[in-house]
Design a protein around this ligand. Structure first.
Ligand code: RNT
Ligand code: ZN
Length: 424
């Protein structure tokens, strides 16, 4: 999917890097080609601090945005304008990830609740995705920021009116997702995450889980297997639900395994010393596919913007060296309201691609053979040796072939001055 050729010529730095990598048996042309085929699903919710269009004016459900950078997109027009600008600065194959609270209700506003949303309320997203040449659209039911969340519970609620409302929402979303998948000609990944849990020590830990299990079974009944790829996302804790999360890791891994669906691993949803990079190969030993929410947890599930840090590189290696490019489905999930939101979007997407490129440019066959031969000294040496190979020159060439470059900041600044500054 390398789209346009920049008018600028290939640099001699790239030619030198190509020769340097060749010494390690690495083909930089093949690396660029491989990177350009990996899609990243970009979350629409970074643009408006996870508020959506369907009536809520604050975020609740164990997640929080912090900061009040001016110019948050306040309506569909503003969000689409911001997305269009940001996506133009992102390299590679892209999808957009939409939450149900981003329904464009039109005349149905105030009349139709989340349990009755239909495909027509999301058709503008599909249109926008097609206009912008995206590879697909992904979807999420929204089980937060809504008055029907009672005592912080949705699908695990003991109140049957509440539980059944949210089951209907889930079922409506599965139908919408099938339509989205068909319309895009690419299956729609649907992520099921609920914030349900308790602030303090519960008197019953099993009951809520049995209700969640029952609700999920009802939602998944008869879903369109051709066009929908469902996943369940666990979490260790949330703000206000510190003591107990109904959808724990063990709950969802067992649920997914027995129902033949995917697990979604969010990099911020584990204990601070646990890493998702090590979970990926464990999952690949049992599952055909695993979905990711790539985020950056700074001391907790803080949802900072993704940057090229060690864990992102390690996570990328687990995708690349296991040849799991089509098995690990990458989506981003962070929301920072303290800096320019477009800058946050573009940085996160570029960081993901950079880490993937770094991972592609490594001599895995050689390193694996060394490990199997018990030559741990050379494995150790090689890990460090490859770190400073000239991958940045390959990155710049990858961008050049898409008519992009690393100096994109001025574009965002200009957009901020001309468009965002007018949002008073
Ligand atoms: C929350 C989960 C969840 C949400 C999005 C908005 O902790 O990570 O994925 O961030 O659905
Ligand atoms: Zn997530």
């Amino acid at each position: 999917m390398v789209v346009k050729l920049s008018s600028k010529p290939t640099t001699s730095r790239y030619e030198e890097a190509k020769a340097e990598y060749a010494k390690f048996g690495i083909d930089t042309e093949a690396a660029i080609e491989r990177l350009s085929k990996i899609s990243v699903s970009v979350h629409c919710w970074q643009g408006d601090d996870v508020i959506g269009f369907d009536g809520s004016d604050s975020l609740s459900g164990g997640i929080q945005t912090t900061g009040n950078y001016p110019g948050r997109a306040r309506n569909p027009e503003e969000l689409f304008a911001d997305l269009t600008k940001a996506f133009a600065l992102m390299p590679g194959k892209k999808r957009v990830n939409v939450h149900a609270c981003y329904a464009l209700l039109g005349e149905d506003k105030g009349k139709v609740d989340r349990d009755a949303y239909e495909y027509k309320h999301f058709e503008p997203w599909v249109r926008w995705a097609k206009e912008n040449g995206l590879a697909g659209v992904d979807f999420n039911p929204t089980w937060f920021s809504h008055p029907m969340m009672k005592d912080g519970l949705s699908l695990s609620s003991p109140d049957e009116e509440v539980r059944s409302f949210w089951v209907r929402h889930g079922k409506a979303c599965m139908k919408i997702a099938a339509e989205i998948g068909k319309a895009m000609g690419s299956p729609c990944c649907v992520n099921l995450w609920v914030p349900d849990g308790y602030k303090d020590i519960p008197a019953d830990r099993l009951g809520p889980r049995l209700r969640l299990k029952k609700s999920l079974d009802e939602i998944l009944e008869g879903y369109d297997k051709e066009w929908v790829i469902p996943a369940v996302e666990s979490k260790v804790f949330g703000i206000g639900v510190e003591s107990y999360t109904v959808g724990s890791n063990e709950f969802y891994q067992n649920y997914a395994a027995t129902r033949g669906i995917c697990c979604l691993l969010d990099t911020g949803h584990y204990h601070p010393t646990e890493v998702v990079s090590d979970k990926i190969p464990s999952m690949l030993a049992f599952y055909d596919k695993v979905q990711l929410h790539v985020s950056r947890p700074v001391r907790w599930d803080s949802d900072h913007v993704v940057v090229v840090d060690d864990e992102l590189k390690e996570l990328s290696k687990e995708i690349i060296r296991n040849e799991a490019d089509d098995k690990v489905i990458i989506a981003l999930d962070y929301f920072d309201a303290s800096i320019n939101r477009l800058c946050a979007w573009v940085t996160g997407v570029r960081s993901m691609h950079k880490a993937l490129l770094c991972a592609i440019l490594q001599p895995y066959a050689e390193m694996k053979a060394l490990q199997e031969a018990g030559n741990f000294t050379k494995v150790f040496y090689m890990h460090e040796r490859v770190k400073f190979l000239p991958y940045a020159d390959v990155w710049n060439e990858y961008l050049r072939r898409q008519g992009l470059c690393e100096d994109w900041y001025d574009e965002v600044e200009k957009f901020e001055e001309e468009v965002i500054a007018n949002r008073i």
